[in-house]
Design a protein around this ligand. Structure first.
Ligand code: ADP
Ligand code: ZN
Length: 615
């Protein structure tokens, strides 16, 4: 394949970036990928969520002759994707099963007439002979395969349809293909390349850093109160996503937020399709809604102004955590990724793994994923450095924008505390042939004569009451960290504690146990540096006097969005409105210089904006 030079095509790409999208500079990686595909090369692109993957195929589709065919599994979002492109003046359409025949015919004839820049297709369409022959009769600029990890994941709903995409190359050998995913692991990467027949393709791996996201992980004390405090003090009026593990907790938390004056909607697989679609549409369209959801929600949601992603339960893997948190701050403005987790989460997930279906290899893999997630939670080092290292990338040793960098946690020597727990577990097992969960082990250490303790005569144990130097919540923190470090294990239906090989080393004093000091109160779990809260450090932040202007522009945008039935962000992003408010352009030419103001939007909204600015 000819290696792309910075010839006339390259200039075309910059011009499209400025003219259509209104942006001045490419983000990291975009330029190389676009040049390569424009020149006809195949590409496999790994870029984090929010990294800017769409432009990597949209611009080549606009620069090359013919229509860019985009394969995407997200039928529910196709209308929005197409609307967003049309708002930019791009000729886009889609074909999927939700369409009326009339509408379909219209899209098909536009394609055949060469009047479409981009055509979105659900993957199953490409298995239908009718679609293939339609594509044969038109001109194709490229094939973009979005969410390409679908091909690599066992049991993924779309997998069979994605597997069939390997045939595209045989039928259209001259058409470049670009596969894109935000899933970064080496194994997935390799499998996409082989399944989609992309071994000859050039691989582009972008940095997985999302510098505008502040990562914070705190012990779970009173999760509802902790969440409410976060939303009230740091994100009032902001849009965000709250992830919970179960449908029941989704419902509970959504109701709780609503009762407390925060507009929140539930989303999980137990709701019927209509309700789910309605809630998703409201989240996308309205300003400042909170979506409380299971992980069923979020793939393909490209709302740019999600200001926070909160996890009330421990994610099962670092990949999952990274995908979910990546949905915050696509617009590049400061955003929060916040997670609380506690002992119960660890016990529950270990048990779920132990009782999960599948063979030992499968369980071991789940265990490895969980261990990596726990290591991230318990680290005393920079979270971002840890995350990047997980994806095989290197960042600065200290990022300055995560909780451990902003208020470095103290550590303490927990060897003796760990030994007390381990001896209690050991004695109960040896002397009483019994195993207990964390709660009872802690009761015994604290010398509490609870019903169960008395009933089993545990008060007679030599370890009874030997742990009064810590309180219950501190002991729970110790047990949680020991579980995370593999110094304890959980077993069976009741989550009883048991020893591991590493436990013996601690009991024999051959191993020291270093623990993270738990903040005593919730308040102290917040970064100490409160003045550096998300808003105030914003690079694009507003001078005091520009704030009312920004609010006025937002109100104009809300009214315009309602009028046109579009989500507000499709009119302009927050970042664009902020820049307009700060720079106060007085002519259309000046307004056209603002990032995010392309030709089409300038023509459509320019005069209105200038009027808002002088009023
Ligand atoms: P991804 O698909 O990788 O998650 P998107 O393609 O949705 O990310 O892009 C994320 C956001 O970044 C979008 O709102 C998009 O408009 C914006 N964006 C992409 N490229 C640029 C750029 N070069 N300059 C400014 N904003 C960009
Ligand atoms: Zn950091």
């Amino acid at each position: 394949m000819a290696s792309p030079q910075s010839g006339p095509e390259a200039d075309d790409a910059s011009r499209v970036l400025r003219r259509i999208f209104g942006y001045d500079t490419f983000r990291e990686g975009q330029r190389e990928i676009i040049d390569h595909v424009v020149a006809g090369g195949d590409a496999l692109v790994l870029m984090p969520t929010g990294g800017g993957k769409s432009l990597c195929y949209q611009i080549p589709a606009l620069v090359r002759e013919g229509t860019g065919v985009v394969v995407s599994p997200l039928i529910a979002l196709m209308q929005d994707q197409v609307d967003a492109l049309r708002a930019l003046g791009v000729r886009a359409g889609f074909l999927n099963s939700t369409q009326e025949p009339d509408e379909r015919r219209e899209v098909e004839s536009a394609f055949l007439a060469g009047e479409l820049d981009l055509l979105y297709l659900a993957p199953e369409r490409l298995r239908a002979p009718a679609t293939l022959s339609l594509l044969d009769r038109g001109a194709i600029a490229l094939f973009a395969i979005d969410e390409a990890h679908c091909v690599a994941q066992w049991g993924h709903d779309f997998r069979p349809d994605y597997l069939a995409l390997s045939a595209l190359h045989e039928r259209w050998p001259a058409v470049p293909r670009i596969a894109l995913t935000a899933t970064a692991t080496e194994a997935t990467h390799a499998e996409i390349a082989s399944r989609l027949n992309l071994r000859e393709a050039r691989h582009f791996v972008a940095s997985f850093d999302r510098p505008n996201i502040r990562y914070r992980i705190a012990p779970k004390k009173e999760p509802k109160r902790q969440l409410l405090k976060l939303l009230r003090t740091e994100h009032p009026g902001d849009a965000g996503i709250v992830y919970c593990l179960s449908r029941a907790s989704v419902e509970k938390i959504a109701a709780f937020l609503t009762e407390n004056g925060i507009e929140a909607l539930p989303y999980h697989a137990g709701l019927d399709a209509r309700t789910r679609a309605a809630h998703q549409a409201r989240f996308l369209r309205e300003d400042g809604l909170v979506m409380v959801a299971t992980i069923a929600f979020g793939m393909g949601i490209d709302k740019p102004d999600v200001r926070f992603v909160a996890h009330l339960d421990l994610p099962k893997s670092v990949e999952g955590y990274y995908q979910e948190t990546g949905r915050a701050g696509r617009d590049g403005l400061p955003s929060t990724a916040w997670l609380v987790y506690g002992l119960q989460d660890v016990v529950q997930q270990r048990r779920m793994i132990e009782t999960s279906e599948g063979d030992d290899t499968h369980r071991r893999r789940l265990g490895t994923h969980l261990d990596a997630m726990l290591a991230l939670c318990e680290t005393v080092e920079c979270r971002r450095a840890r995350l990047l290292a997980y994806f095989g990338q290197q960042g600065a040793a200290s990022c300055g924008n995560c909780d451990t960098c902003l208020s470095p946690p103290e550590t303490w020597d927990g060897t003796v505390a760990a030994q007390k727990i381990l001896s209690t577990v050991l004695r109960l097992r040896r002397e009483r042939r019994q195993s207990f969960g964390a709660g009872q082990i802690i009761d015994i250490l604290l010398g509490r004569k609870t019903e169960k303790v008395v009933q089993h005569d545990h008060a007679a144990l030599t370890v009874f009451g030997i742990g009064t130097e810590l309180n219950e919540s501190e002991w729970r923190g110790v047990v949680r960290q020991m579980l995370a470090q593999g110094l304890l294990a959980v077993e069976g239906d009741y989550g009883t504690l048991s020893l591991t090989d590493a436990s013996a080393e601690v009991l024999a004093r051959r191993r020291q146990v270093t623990l993270r000091r738990e903040p005593e109160r919730t308040a102290r779990s917040e970064p100490a540096d409160r003045t550096a809260g998300p808003r105030r450090t914003a690079p694009a932040d507003l001078p005091e006097e520009a704030l009312p202007v920004f609010e006025r522009l937002r109100a104009w945008r809300a009214a315009t969005a309602r009028e046109q039935g579009l989500p507000a962000y499709m009119i302009f992003h927050d970042a664009t409105l902020r820049q307009i408010a700060a720079e106060h352009p007085s002519t259309l030419a000046e307004l056209g210089e603002v990032s995010g103001v392309g030709e089409n939007k300038l023509a459509k909204y320019g005069e209105q904006i200038l009027r808002e600015l002088v009023s």
